[in-house]
Write a protein that binds this ligand. Structure first.
Ligand SMILES: [Zn+2]
Length: 545
């Protein structure tokens, strides 16, 4: 388990936003550190590049460009966010360019006649590679990188007639899952970015074709689908055509309406009815998509969804090692089986955190608005602030004025539904002094959710769970017949100073054990977010009997 000192040292070594401290900067640092120096497995050059060759030295090298492309994209975004230069990133990109095949793709060969599962796996990885190279190009605009991305884009344009065919779409939209049609459609994100950079109409035409072939279906791979929908949002950004924004918003709403956003804000790896595990990539996509739709529409529902996922499933999904991955889902919570998905989720988790901080503030009618209680810098003409959030630890955010022109300015602080008020916030215009600080204190509400005779409870933004380690007797057989006595009470004292613990939201419940109701017991309720501190394997119940 990470202790506080180690967390502090990592924060010193890998300061997410230079000078900023806070809960989500520490989480960002943990995953960046894992990718650069952690493991096993270790991301040395040969290991990362194995799928661009391909060389069968690890699993999933048939998803050509999946690890290598994500490594490049995630580290490019991290370098941009931190302002740090990452020599290993430049080195890997240089080596990647050497591995491009004459026809423009990376990794495993492409069949020439009947489309195969292997073709789909290869296309998936190349889609991650295309957006990865372009994210690197945005950071470091070098001609040979763009030339490589164009060559890959031209390969996709040449392949389009085969993969846009109705027959291939029907066949691979069935039970194919990880090698489903989403392996083709998820190339959308990279194609839109390639068009944005080059203004070559062939890439836009193909992007439009793919957008028109995007739909959600039962037991689909949610990460592939959501990545495609994020591509549709980008298509709106570059064309300005509202139909694409509407399409993305409808697909977003459809995920919710079809029951595919679970209580904890998790989107399962496979859409309903399969729903077996979570997946860090899907959670990262859902978070990014919800934040983007919030920015484009200012629909508060989008921000509420982002917040639900961020403070619960996305935080929980991050392991003590810095990896993201999978947990088996149970009918009343989380089962002990887990996987560190170093081949995808670890990178995609970092990729999402690298942009998270951009959504904390926005400008509205000349006022600066603080929306999302995470670490960030934000400003309007004449006023610049930074926010450092220790919401997990003590429910507060420290605002510091970095620059002020001495004129009055308005700072608005959003009061989320999970807080009854935010103390320290001011609604009217005032003069800010450079260097002054304001502490915002979020007064947490508790909220009970009832479903089919069971109850779940949130404290502030956090969903609370009973776990087997801290409350073993709660699981005495037959625990599903336990009778919980509401309401929950505050926990007697802050239990833990462990990394990522959320003492601000610890509570306890009294219950009558199913097997021996004559002897009442108490169980600790902890935010699922704090299991990042370890251990990795947890049996959690949040739907309480
Ligand atoms: Zn994943």
């Amino acid at each position: 388990m990470l202790n506080v000192t180690l967390r502090f040292l990592i924060a010193l070594l890998f300061c997410a936003t230079p000078g900023l401290a806070g809960d989500w900067s520490a989480r960002f640092d943990l995953t960046l550190h894992r990718i650069l120096q952690g493991g096993p497995p270790h991301f040395d050059d040969a290991f990362v590049l194995a799928d661009a060759v391909p060389q069968n030295t690890r699993r999933f090298t048939n998803f050509s460009g999946d690890v290598s492309g994500r490594y490049i994209g995630a580290l490019a975004a991290a370098a941009r966010h931190t302002g740090r230069s990452l020599p290993q990133l430049d080195r890997i990109v240089a080596k990647t360019l050497q591995l491009q095949k004459p026809d423009g793709h990376f990794g495993a060969p492409m069949s020439e006649h009947q489309v195969t599962n292997d073709d789909m796996a290869m296309l998936w990885g190349n889609g991650r590679m295309l957006i990865g190279l372009l994210e690197y190009y945005a950071l470091s605009p070098r001609a040979e990188v763009l030339a490589s991305a164009r060559k890959l884009g031209d390969f996709l344009v040449r392949q389009a007639p085969r993969f846009n065919s109705e027959q291939v779409r029907r066949e691979y939209n069935g039970e194919k899952f990880a090698v489903g049609y989403i392996c083709w459609t998820s190339n959308l994100e990279g194609l839109v970015e390639l068009y944005r950079v080059t203004r070559d109409g062939r890439y836009l035409a193909l992007a439009r074709e793919i957008a028109s072939r995007t739909d959600r279906h039962p037991s689909q791979h949610s990460h592939g689908f959501l990545s495609t929908v994020r591509g549709i949002v980008q298509l709106y950004r570059v064309t300005g055509e509202h139909s694409y924004l509407e399409q993305a918003k409808q697909q977003w709403q459809g995920v919710i309406d079809s029951g595919n956003v679970l209580l904890q804000g998790a989107v399962p790896e496979m859409f309903a009815p399969a729903v077996k595990r979570d997946e860090g990539c899907s959670e990262a996509d859902w978070l990014r998509l919800s934040l983007e739709l919030w920015q484009l529409t200012r629909d508060p529902q989008c921000l509420r969804q982002a917040e639900l996922t961020l403070f619960n499933e996305f935080a929980f999904n991050q392991f003590h090692s810095g990896d993201f991955g999978h947990h088996l889902l149970a009918a009343d919570g989380i089962a002990p089986d887990f996987a560190h998905a170093w081949w995808c989720c670890t990178f995609h988790g970092l990729r999402a955190m690298a942009v998270l901080f951009d959504y904390a503030f926005h400008q509205s009618d000349g006022a600066l608005v603080y929306d999302l209680p995470v670490d960030a810098r934000g400003g309007i003409p004449g006023l610049e602030l930074q926010a450092e959030s220790s919401l997990e630890r003590d429910g507060t955010v420290l605002l510091t004025v970095l620059k002020s022109d001495g004129a009055p300015h308005v700072l608005k602080v959003r009061v989320p539904l999970w807080a009854s008020e935010v103390k320290g916030a001011l609604a009217s215009a005032r003069v800010w002094k450079t260097g002054e600080t304001v502490t915002l204190t979020y007064v947490m509400r508790t909220r009970e959710v009832r479903q089919a005779g069971r109850t779940a409870i949130f404290c502030g933004p956090w969903l609370l769970a009973v776990d087997e380690t801290r409350s073993p007797n709660f699981f005495d057989e037959p625990y599903t017949e336990n009778k919980v006595q509401w309401p929950a009470e505050p926990a007697p004292a802050a239990i833990s100073a462990a990394a990522f613990s959320v003492p601000a939201a610890h509570m306890q419940i009294r219950y009558l054990p199913g097997g021996y109701p004559v002897q009442p017991g108490t169980a600790l309720l902890r935010p699922m977010a704090e299991y990042t501190g370890g251990p990795d394997s947890n049996r959690l119940v949040f739907w309480l009997p």
